[in-house]
Ligand binder design. Structure first.
Ligand code: 3HC
Ligand code: NAI
Length: 729
């Protein structure tokens, strides 16, 4: 008599005959793949134990083939009297990392993952799972449907669905609370946080944590089930205590913190249903899951997931990065000290150069403060902080100390003459093969490279402020930059845990070039009738962390003022010029640091600056503009259309490789709302034809600024999308 769940599983295995070949690959799994693909399920029979190996590299995503293979395996093993216990484990680097995200948005293919989980849980024979690497989302749900779970050290589990705009849709919202209680399940499911094996054990998500090879552990654990040492039970038969306080708390927190997001609130509703009998709860979960699947936020968040990974696909991917251990940083101001901190946190050795010892000391102090923050956030121990500061950081005023550096990153003033001089000196001092990088925001990297006898070693590494926090790194490739130098920039990005995006040379590269258009458009709206506060509110309600005028006040209005004065002589006479910011600066109101700018910064926080509003009204009168009323939709439509228009020309000019690279830049460097997927994803959601219509309409008032990009016109004609172009590139 084969083992049954929750019963004595001991059995006599002495007369067992193997019914299948030792390794048997399932036909159903094969049927869904090309001739040459390896099978996704490998079955082995060892005495009374059936081992079900999952083999869908790289992450064992629960694709249709894997799902069908699992069901087929359960059906076959249920009918095989010789098999008494079944162990599922992941071959390769992980257990199942979740549903196959690439299938989302396409017509569903049977069997669904909930059906697979239900089939596993309903098995009469005990089924256990051995988890290593990652058991995420649907992967964890498969595990929860098995009758016992053994984790291997180093395992990560979690429900990342909420970060993709959905909720665990294969029983996770019903089975997790049955094991952990509602409070913990709510925490995991609404945040998407990932936890380790030990914490999973504490919460009851796994039954045991061991060390070893997954297949060996699967075999040993199956024997433990047979001997009764490892108990089994169906998660679905457990009951949940209705924790109304935890539900209320979670709902209120989300309403406050994430009012714009859709799926976190649905997660709470789904977990609330876990008090019902399993079948009813699952039906409720399914209903809510499908609502999330239909939401545009799901498509946006999944675009963000793929954007983060797509940007690594660059023409130079085959080149071997140069070795980087010792880094030189020039300039210990806002950026230099942040870049140095990021390098130190990643185990690199840093020499920081400044103009004089006082400035160098200031740089060191900023780095110390940054490291203090890392200690506070638990990213570093105080011992590690002390070790970094005494053994990995040195400061200097002499560039000769860069003679042995593998990479030098310049972050001095944004002034071409200063940068040229720095690169001339680096060319004389640095060793052969050293990478010479500039952190310039706007300047021409070709011109900087031309200052050296080795332009192939020069690249732009454009970090974002604060550089030890912000995820984005633009790798700016100049005309002569060598492929292995580009690859080194990307390898550095990976080491610093940043998202590196390849950009070409132009004024502002990808991000700042589009930002200039964004800021101009906001000023045009202000001149035409919207107040700074109305514009900022529209954009924060759209999902940006801050609106453009609040950001301008934060950055300091004086910096942009100085740059406007510098560029005044070269400004096109046809270009619309808004003098409001100049007049605000003339009063000395440089923004937050001066206590006043577009806003007044009092003890109760910012409020609109009435005197700035008076200046705005005065300038409108002078220009003969009768202020118009703009709704929030009007404001976001104008601004998004301008951003997309500029982004399309950035693509046409070859500055970004693909539309999805622009999405990544805006998502990870400019606070673009992740749930909107990025500007190009937003363009596809609006539609090229509508965008062209809008631009033509706006051009009636300002044909110098508003011009239909050729690519957008083509897309409006042939119905194609930026997503199509990302796939083709
Ligand atoms: N579906 C499809 N492809 C996936 C995938 C998934 N769930 N997870 C990863 N991939 C792909 C990546 O796109 C990447 O493809 P590429 O090489 O073509 O760019 C490749 O697998 C390797 O991924 P990473 O580069 O991210 O590899 P890492 O080793 O750095 O990370 C990981 C591995 C931790 C598993 C990470 O990939 C990850 O977090 N994946 C997403 C996990 C997730 O969100 N799961 C939930 C899915 S939703 C769900 O399960 C719904 C269910 O409730 C019904
Ligand atoms: P900053 O003014 O805070 O710092 C510049 C530092 O460089 C100063 O401490 C100065 O003493 C030092 N310096 C000047 N000339 C030097 C020289 N010849 N040798 C050594 N040190 C020298 O400026 P910030 O904001 O750090 O900007 C630096 C660079 O980074 C600029 O090119 C800027 O455009 C760029 N950048 C700035 C960002 C920001 O948000 N602040 C974002 C991304 C890039």
């Amino acid at each position: 008599m084969p083992g049954t769940i929750g019963a004595d599983n001991r059995t006599d295995t002495s007369s067992f005959e193997m019914p299948f070949p030792r390794h048997m690959h399932l036909d159903s799994a094969k049927a869904n793949m090309t001739e040459t693909s390896p099978p996704v399920i490998a079955l082995e029979i060892e005495g009374p134990v059936a081992l079900v190996g999952l083999n869908n590299p790289p992450v064992n995503a629960a694709s249709q083939a894997l799902r069908a293979g699992l069901v087929k395996a359960m059906d076959q093993l249920a009918d095989n009297d010789a098999v008494e216990v079944i162990a599922i484990y992941g071959m390769g680097r992980t257990f199942i990392a979740g549903a196959d995200i690439r299938e989302f948005g396409k017509p569903p293919q049977a069997p669904s993952l909930p059906d697979v989980c239900n089939r596993i849980e309903a098995m009469q024979k005990p089924v256990l799972s051995v988890l290593h690497g990652n058991a995420l989302g649907g992967g964890l749900e498969v595990a929860l449907a098995t009758h016992a779970r053994v984790a291997i050290d180093g395992l990560t589990v979690g429900f990342p669905e909420v970060t993709l705009g959905i909720l665990p849709g294969a029983g996770g919202t019903q089975r997790a609370p049955r094991l952990t209680g509602m409070k913990t399940a709510l925490d995991l499911i609404t945040t998407g946080k990932r936890i380790g094996a030990k914490e999973a054990l504490t919460h009851g998500l796994v039954d045991k944590v061991v060390a070893g090879d997954p297949r060996d552990v699967a075999l040993e654990s199956a024997q433990a089930v047979l001997s009764g040492e490892l108990p089994t039970r169906r998660t679905g038969t457990l009951t949940v205590d209705n924790d109304t306080a935890a539900l209320k708390d979670a709902a209120e927190t989300l309403r406050k913190k994430q009012p714009l997001l859709f799926s976190p609130h649905k997660c709470v509703e789904a977990v609330a249903a876990s008090v019902k009998p399993l079948e009813e709860g699952l039906a409720e979960e399914r209903r809510l899951f499908l609502e999330c699947m239909e939401s545009p936020q799901r498509a946006g968040l999944i675009n963000a997931f793929f954007a983060e990974r797509a940007v690594a696909k660059i023409p130079e991917a085959g080149a071997r990065p140069r070795t980087v251990n010792a880094v030189g940083v020039i300039g210990g101001g806002t950026m230099g000290s942040g870049i140095a901190t990021a390098c130190l946190l990643s185990g690199l050795t840093v020499t920081l150069a400044e103009q004089n010892t006082e400035a160098a000391e200031r740089g060191r102090t900023t780095i110390e403060t940054n490291l203090d923050g890392a200690v506070k956030r638990g990213k570093l121990t105080s011992g590690q902080r002390a070790e970094i500061l005494s053994n990995h950081l040195s400061t200097t005023t002499d560039y000769q100390d860069f003679a042995e550096a593998d990479l030098v990153i310049e972050a001095v003033f944004e002034d071409m003459n200063v940068k040229r001089q720095v690169f001339r000196q680096l060319d004389d001092i640095c060793k052969e093969g050293a990478v010479l990088a500039t952190n310039t925001s706007y300047l021409d990297v070709n011109e900087i490279a031309a200052e050296t006898r080795r332009p192939e070693d020069v690249v732009g590494l454009h970090f974002f402020s604060p550089a030890h926090v912000m995820k984005l790194l633009e790798v700016v490739v100049a005309d002569k930059t060598a492929a292995d130098v580009v690859a080194t920039g990307f390898a550095l990005g990976k080491r610093l845990k940043k998202i590196a995006v390849r950009a070409g040379v132009c004024d502002g590269f990808i991000g700042n070039r589009i930002l200039s258009t964004y800021k101009k458009t906001a000023e045009y709206l202000m001149m035409d009738g919207a107040s700074p506060q109305e514009i900022d509110t529209a954009l924060t309600n759209y999902g940006f962390a801050m609106g453009p005028f609040m950001v301008a006040d934060l950055a300091g209005l004086d910096i942009a003022w100085a740059s406007r004065k510098r560029l005044a002589a070269t400004r096109a006479p046809e270009e619309r010029y808004i003098p409001i910011a100049d007049r605000i600066c003339e009063q000395g109101w440089f923004g937050r640091k001066a206590g006043r700018g577009y806003y007044v910064y009092g003890a109760d926080g910012p409020s609109p600056n009435p005197e700035a509003l008076a200046i705005i009204a005065d300038e409108r009168t002078k220009a003969g503009i009768a202020p118009r009323v703009f709704s929030e939709d009007d404001i976001t439509s104008v601004i998004m259309t301008a951003i997309i228009m500029e982004a399309a020309t950035v693509l046409e000019d070859g500055i970004a490789l693909r539309p999805i690279d622009i999405d990544a830049v805006y998502l990870f460097g400019y606070g673009f709302p992740r749930f909107r997927g990025g500007p190009m994803h937003t363009a596809d959601a609006i539609g090229a034809a509508e965008l062209v219509r809008r631009i033509e309409n706006y051009a009636k008032a300002d044909s110098y600024f508003w011009k239909v990009p050729q690519s957008l016109a083509e897309m409006a004609r042939d119905g194609s999308t930026f997503a199509d172009r990302s796939k083709e590139a």
